[in-house]
Design a protein around this ligand. Structure first.
Ligand code: NAI
Ligand code: MG
Length: 495
């Protein structure tokens, strides 16, 4: 489809900002709403329900009733499998609409909304659906006078609070394992990107998820989000977002009912490229492609590039040659690879970091500007700072924008030390042809994922999450079930 067709479809799209509670669309009880501004052109996409404690209470009550009567939890796993696979199929059927909503809402290029966000979210639901009737429980090795069963049970009502950078995908990473395990779910999307979550709730009903099992409450973090985190009848919370709010989520869980609280938080991932890396072109393409993917708004973006001093000039020459490919374009144009920054607040924050980089003496090699001002939207050119020192703000804090900090090194041990000298520990990478250096460095890097001679290798089969202040627990893979199930021991005496 061409650019024109996507614009026409956007103009005629029916956008519904109402919440989804107990199987129905509804406005907040307070009737409060907020405007949903598209970062593409500053256009108001319409009103969205501004849910608060009252609406959250209704959604949690609906989820609790659905859980208690077993309309979902007590179905045979094979039944839940069939429904989740249908849910995944229907997402693909509505692929164009979901992709368009995602792009209008948060500014990412339409081609990635389709190929990455819709496809990966659908695949996630399918994968957990397919998994659930293939997982067996355990029998403990007790003496012969006893039989001890170790079984998994759904934890109950799960709240999912997700960010705006991959709205549908982050939601799927929570709701797919939670629903597959038999839980009821209340999802709070980011106020910056509520639209696809709301459509997913309708699609879930169409797929056969029973009423009340999956509710969506759009609203602000300090209102709907905090109401969920503090709720006495929510058993578990799955959160993705900033480290700052992640800490508050753990506090609110402790302050209320000690609900299980799982967090996937920020990152400042280090990408270490040694002079003996097997293919310099590949290393440059991965470093550049991954930092600018999703406008740099990825928690696992390799935002600190440690490059061995002897190859730095060659590396940067190749990197600069790629910059024209990443100039921000119209997100509704299928050739665009970098779209709009999610909103004016995030734009201001990214520009503030660029100013800090300049002020602290880093050398701006490319970008550093807001562009496409005539569009009315929020765009930043791909930015590279050379001669960055690890003590600078742009090397320490998560920018969440298209800004790369380049740090030269001569000693790999020193690079590893600097790479680990951060509160974050989400991802890291090492590029070298020396197998022992690769293994030793991968072991030394304190991160949930370490990439070797690539950066974006990833799929649903592997855990995703962080060390240190990048969070706790893991999304994806069978390990995600650990978060949304309780382990029960049943000890039976045999007479
Ligand atoms: P955030 O942490 O403020 O928001 C994430 C989610 O938490 C949203 O749904 C928000 O409404 C909710 N929330 C906010 N305050 C809350 C509260 N008091 N109680 C309960 N829920 C609350 O992240 P935001 O504002 O979307 O982005 C800010 C920064 O966070 C980014 O610049 C980036 O550094 C980081 N971030 C990291 C992400 C990751 O995937 N690791 C994703 C998005 C943001
Ligand atoms: Mg938006």
């Amino acid at each position: 489809m061409t650019n024109r067709i996507w614009h026409e479809r956007a103009a005629s799209l029916n956008i519904d900002g109402r919440a989804f509670i107990n199987g129905q669309r509804s406005w907040a009880v307070s009737e409060n709403t907020f405007d949903n501004i598209s970062p593409i052109d500053g256009r108001n996409l319409g009103a969205v329900a501004r849910c608060d404690t009252v609406d959250v209470d209704l959604a949690v009550a609906s989820a609790r009733a659905a859980f208690e009567d077993g309309r979902w939890a007590s179905l045979a796993p094979a039944e839940r499998k069939r429904v989740l696979i249908k849910f995944a199929d229907l997402m693909l059927k509505h692929s164009d609409e979901l992709a368009l909503l995602e792009t209008l809402d948060m500014g990412k290029p339409i081609k990635y909304s389709q190929s990455v966000d819709v496809n990966s979210a659908s695949n996630c639901l399918r994968w957990y659906g397919e998994a659930i009737d293939k997982i067996y429980d355990e029998i403990a090795p007790t003496a012969s006078d006893s039989l001890a069963l170790i079984t998994r049970e759904p934890v109950g009502v799960v709240a999912a609070i997700v960010p705006w950078n991959y709205p549908m995908l982050m939601a799927s990473w929570k709701i797919a394992p939670a629903l597959a395990a038999g839980n009821s779910v209340v999802l709070k999307p980011s106020e910056k990107s509520p639209l696809t979550a709301l459509r997913l709730a309708e699609i879930a009903i169409e797929a056969g998820i029973p009423v009340g099992v999956f509710n969506v409450v759009p609203g602000f973090g300090h209102e709907a989000g905090a109401a969920l985190a503090l709720h006495l009848d929510v058993d578990c919370i799955g959160f993705t977002g900033s480290t700052k709010i992640g800490k508050q989520i753990l506090q609110m869980a402790g302050q209320s009912n000690l609900k299980r609280a799982w967090t996937e938080l920020g990152g400042k991932s280090a990408n270490i490229v040694c002079a003996d890396c097997p293919d310099l072109d590949e290393a440059v393409e991965a470093a550049i492609g991954s930092i600018y993917f999703n406008q740099g708004e990825s928690c696992n973006a390799p935002s600190r590039l440690f490059v061995e001093a002897s190859i730095k000039d060659k590396f940067l020459e190749k990197a600069l040659a790629m910059m024209p490919d990443f100039q921000p374009g119209d997100p509704l144009d299928e050739t665009t690879v970098m779209g709009a920054i999610v909103d004016a607040t995030q734009l201001k924050s990214v520009m503030g970091y660029i100013a800090a980089g300049n002020a602290e003496g880093a050398k701006l090699l490319h970008g550093g500007q807001q562009v496409k001002l005539e569009s009315g939207g929020y765009y930043v050119s791909p930015t590279i700072f050379d001669q960055v020192d690890s003590s600078m703000k742009i090397a320490r804090e998560e920018i969440f924008g298209p800004v790369l900090a380049v740090i030269a090194f001569t000693d790999i041990q020193d690079a590893i030390r600097q790479a680990n000298d951060t509160p974050f520990g989400l991802q890291a990478a090492i590029w070298t042809a020396d197998l022992s250096t690769a293994i030793k460095t991968a072991r030394a890097l304190r991160a949930g994922t370490v990439h070797v001679n690539q950066y974006d290798g990833d799929d649903i089969t592997v855990p995703f999450g962080g060390y240190k202040q990048s969070g706790n627990g893991r999304d994806k893979s069978l390990h995600a079930f650990d978060k949304y199930t309780e382990l029960k021991t049943t000890w039976i005496r045999i007479r």
